[in-house]
Write a protein of this length. Structure first.
Length: 764
């Protein structure tokens, strides 16, 4: 590696002579090697699930360093999670034989923080600005809504936050928001509130997560010299999960890449599943247009799954039009076909999955290697209850995270006020916690004074404690609190952050508050506070810890006892398991009807990508299930198998229906359906119309089969009569009010009016 002060290495110059090829290059397959060695010009690596994209990224990074093509400080490597960044740093160090110092390696937000710490003054920020989390953002927006004499119950802060976040995802400052947008909020005041929010953030010397990139774009647009310096500096740019970038991230990368054009983006258009949080699949689809002459490398050799799993997944995703195209394959042989199971209802689905889990456990498969991936969070309840009944350990991934717990937020708020006295949101959170006679009336006075002075609450408080606006008790309490912060602030530079936190929590009375509390959760809250002290110990500076808390947003998977994993399909991306259960594959649930109603065909394609992600999480077996009846949000509905089941290639699936599922009798009509038996004809709403299927829409009994054993019942005349009393296994007794073909409108005595298929009821 050249020493500082020597001429900068260039991508156009050959590597120094005599450098042998490292062994890790020879271990790559041809496509991986092509992606690693294409170091000049723009490169798009289309990396299918399980094809070794992380290996390609880290090897490419190590290869650039090995060939002396750039200093570490000239490499920008962007990931989407802190976990991925740490893993890449560790893998790269292992390949090159040493820790690599000076890399610009991290998430988009981490890179944005690093840039703003240097240049924040260009957008009105001091270098020690505070990064607001979602809770702080909502509280600040509520204050602004109330200041405009608006009702926050009618005009919800969360709704305004979502609107502002989307504008920031698109790189739009208030002045650039298109005319007409935001008109639906607060009688047309959406953009004005956005502008007021940004102004207040500057006063507080704070920004939210969207600002971390938006401010960088603003700086680069207004200060060409700053942009040019970074364009020259970053000789190589590597981007992970490019399909998940939003517009602001895309614009930032495009700007920085205009210098050397050595940008390598790794991603999979077939795994773009986060449009609801701003991701634009179009970013990866137009890469070749954005960077003319780009080299495209497809990684299609899968090292994770069996041929049947890959065949099913590839056949399904091929139905999407918006994709660049690739087909996964594997050198593995054999393996089970993807199982598709039709069951009576959600409870039976949970019982069946529980039995399969127990059976696999008896065959010595670890519970940790099993996962249940659901489309909607409400689905987890039945699995949790069933597993509790069976005594099967499970972990629900996606619960309350450590730094989101109330007691941890309180403690961190104290530390934030130490580091940033102008942090109003942190100050307001703890001003009366524990109780200090500084209630809502005092807080409102401080808010009003702060607005009048155009200052922070802390500065306003220092003035007010010397006046007569506050009651004596409140003035004395506030004076003591300010004095305490001044004293603690004097310890910041001399006391380790962990010890300082203990002092603050003890002297503030916060620890004593929980020690005296009769709350049943008080002991666990005290344990969490102890754990926070442990978490502080590795940090030399308080500011480093606070920045870490702001940026660490990845849910950490527990490494405790052997347990089945239960999580959403969205949360499963990037994970893999030996066995994957995919319940709830029914139209309306998956694909999700609300998504289809809101975004039509674009949503259908994203839902199909989500199904593809779910299937490709499985190494050895994937088990899909659907229920003929589903209780959602307290209401029962007859359901239809997901259209995605019909799209699975017949040669890769085995379908089994619960005995009697479609006949209404005790004997099974179908015990083992032949592959390819799912053909819905016109019985399902057209995907092009995207209309909602009514509650009476034909359930799985409408399935027409190509095999002799398949269900062949078609809509026809019912043998029942209006007024006849019938019995339904779930809804109980009822009386027929109307008949349409074999669909019955029934007034059930306890469940109310329902529409069901006649084969689902018996004469009473």
């Amino acid at each position: 590696m050249p020493t500082p002060g020597s001429p900068a290495p260039t991508a156009d110059a050959p590597p120094p002579p005599g450098i042998p090829e490292p062994g890790y290059i020879s271990q790559l397959n041809p496509e991986q090697r092509a992606a690693v060695e294409a170091v000049e010009g723009p490169v798009l690596v289309l990396a299918g699930a399980g094809t070794g994209k992380t290996r390609v990224l880290t090897t490419r990074l190590a290869n650039i360093l090995h060939q002396h093509l750039a200093f570490p400080s000239q490499l920008l490597v962007v990931t989407f999670t802190n976990k991925a960044a740490h893993e890449m740093a560790e893998r790269t160090a292992a390949l090159v034989g040493r820790a690599v110092e000076g890399l610009w390696l991290g998430t988009f937000h981490a890179i944005g923080v690093r840039l703003l710490r240097r240049h924040g003054e260009l957008v009105g920020l001091k270098s020690n600005f505070t990064i607001l989390d979602t809770d702080d953002q909502l509280r600040l927006l509520k204050q602004l809504i109330e200041a405009e004499q608006l009702d926050p119950k009618r005009w919800a802060p969360r709704q305004l936050a979502a609107m502002i976040d989307r504008w920031k995802d698109r790189g739009l400052v208030p002045e650039k928001v298109p005319s007409g947008e935001g008109e639906g909020f607060a009688n047309g005041r959406g953009v004005a509130l956005y502008k007021a929010y940004q102004a207040r953030l500057r006063t507080l010397n704070a920004c939210d997560f969207g600002d971390l990139l938006l401010h960088c774009l603003t700086i680069f647009a207004a200060h060409g010299d700053v942009l040019e310096s970074y364009q020259k500096q970053f000789r190589y740019i590597l981007v992970d999960e490019y399909q998940d970038t939003n517009v602001a991230q895309y614009l930032l990368l495009r700007l920085l890449a205009q210098g050397h054009r050595n940008i390598c983006c790794v991603g999979d258009d077939d795994q773009s599943i986060y449009s609801w949080r701003g991701a634009e699949v179009g970013n990866i689809l137009r890469f070749e247009k954005d960077f003319p002459g780009a080299k495209v490398v497809r990684l299609e050799c899968n090292y994770r799954s069996t041929p049947h799993i890959l065949g099913a997944a590839s056949g399904l995703i091929a139905k999407n039009d918006g994709r660049l195209g690739k087909t996964l394959w594997t050198e593995k042989n054999g393996g089970e076909k993807v199982q598709v199971r039709g069951l009576w209802d959600g409870a039976e689905e949970a019982r069946t999955v529980g039995e399969q889990v127990e059976d696999l456990q008896r065959k010595e498969q670890a519970l940790n290697e099993m996962a249940i991936l659901v489309r909607a969070s409400f689905q987890t309840r039945e699995f949790e209850e069933r597993f509790l009944t069976l005594g099967l350990p499970y972990r629900l991934i996606g619960g309350t995270r450590f730094y989101e717990r109330a007691e941890i937020r309180d403690a961190v708020a104290y530390l934030r006020v130490l580091a940033q006295p102008d942090d109003d949101l942190a100050f307001e959170r703890i001003i009366n916690t524990p109780k200090r006679a500084l209630g809502n009336a005092t807080v409102q006075l401080l808010h009003q004074a702060a607005r009048d002075m155009d200052a922070s609450m802390t500065r306003a408080a220092r003035i007010m404690v010397n006046g007569d606006d506050l009651k004596t008790r409140a003035r004395n309490s506030l004076t003591k609190l300010l004095d305490d912060f001044d004293r603690w602030r004097g310890l910041v530079e001399t006391m380790p952050p962990g010890e300082l936190a203990e002092v603050v929590l003890d002297e503030s009375g916060y620890t004593a508050m929980w020690q005296a509390s009769k709350d049943i959760k008080a002991p666990s809250k005290l344990e969490n506070l102890k754990e926070l002290i442990v978490a502080l110990k590795p940090f030399d500076k308080l500011g480093g810890f606070l920045e870490h808390v702001s940026l660490v947003m990845d849910a950490e998977l527990t490494q405790a006892d052997d347990a089945v994993n239960i999580l959403t399909l969205h949360g499963a991306k990037g994970l893999e398991f030996d066995t994957v259960f995919l319940p709830g594959w029914e139209d309306g649930l998956f694909p999700h009807q609300r998504a289809l109603d809101e975004n039509g065909m674009a949503a259908l394609e994203e839902e199909r990508r989500l199904a593809y992600v779910g299937l490709t999480r499985a190494r050895q077996r994937a088990i899909i299930s659907f229920a003929a009846n589903r209780q959602m949000y307290g209401r029962w509905s007859t359901t239809m198998p997901s259209r995605f089941i019909e799209e699975l290639p017949a040669e890769h699936i085995e379908t089994e229906l619960e005995p009697g599922l479609y006949s209404g009798g005790a004997e099974p009509v179908v015990s083992q359906m032949a592959p390819g038996a799912f053909s819905f004809g016109d019985s399902r709403p057209s995907s092009s119309r995207m209309r909602r299927a009514p509650a009476a829409a034909a359930p799985p009994s409408y399935i027409e089969g190509q095999a002799e054993q398949a269900v062949t019942t078609a809509p026809g005349s019912s043998d029942y009569a209006i007024g006849e009393r019938v019995f339904h296994q779930k809804f109980g007794y009822g009386r027929i009010e109307d008949i349409e073909g074999n669909k019955l409108s029934i007034a059930f005595e306890k469940a109310g009016a329902k529409k069901v298929i006649d084969s689902f009821v018996d004469p009473a």
